[in-house]
Design a protein around this ligand. Sequence first.
Ligand SMILES: O=P(O)(O)OC[C@H]1O[C@H](OP(=O)(O)OP(=O)(O)O)[C@H](O)[C@@H]1O
Ligand SMILES: Nc1ncnc2[nH]cnc12
Length: 173
Amino acid sequence: MLGSRIRDVPDYPKPGIVFKDITPLLADPAAFRVMTGEFARQARESGATKVVGLEARGFILAAPVAVAAQIGFIPVRKAGKLPGAVHAVSYALEYGEATLEIHRDSFVPGDRVLIVDDVLATGGTAAAAVEAIRRCGAEPVGLSVLMELGFLGGRGRLALDSPSLPVTALLTV
Ligand SMILES: O=P(O)(O)OC[C@H]1O[C@H](OP(=O)(O)OP(=O)(O)O)[C@H](O)[C@@H]1O
Ligand SMILES: Nc1ncnc2[nH]cnc12
């Protein structure tokens, strides 16, 4: 049901990339509710005390999870968007390079953090988020994504740095 709401867009944003467009899913309230409920269940089962969303599509998915699971939402933003003191991590993703940032004071001691995003491709973005959270002194307890592009090896890449981090995908291609 969720898979039928994701649209393939060939050659976007670059030739050779098949872009997984989640906007049809976001426009379908039943599908959005199913997805949010599944992520919220994972948040509860992992004992997460915070949900991190990755700008920009990750924000849309993670914010309702935080509300449903009744835990705080923490934004990881692209460089230059957060007003406070930040930790910054640069990384490569399937179709480019970027720097993400997180407020240094995002967490309290003992916080357990579930990262929520739409797509796990090469794993560069997720690995950078894990590093940023750790630099803040908090513990990542899971990565939950809507769709994993298995052929790009993101899960294996994450396992190199974080062998015990549970990675859960609602859909895998
Ligand atoms: O596994 P990777 O190869 O790192 O790719 C996955 C990331 O790529 C996309 O983010 P993008 O930077 O395009 O941001 P957006 O949400 O602002 O479109 C997607 O939302 C993931 O965060
Ligand atoms: N193929 C893809 N589709 C959508 N988002 C992505 N992020 C990285 N690769 C992607």
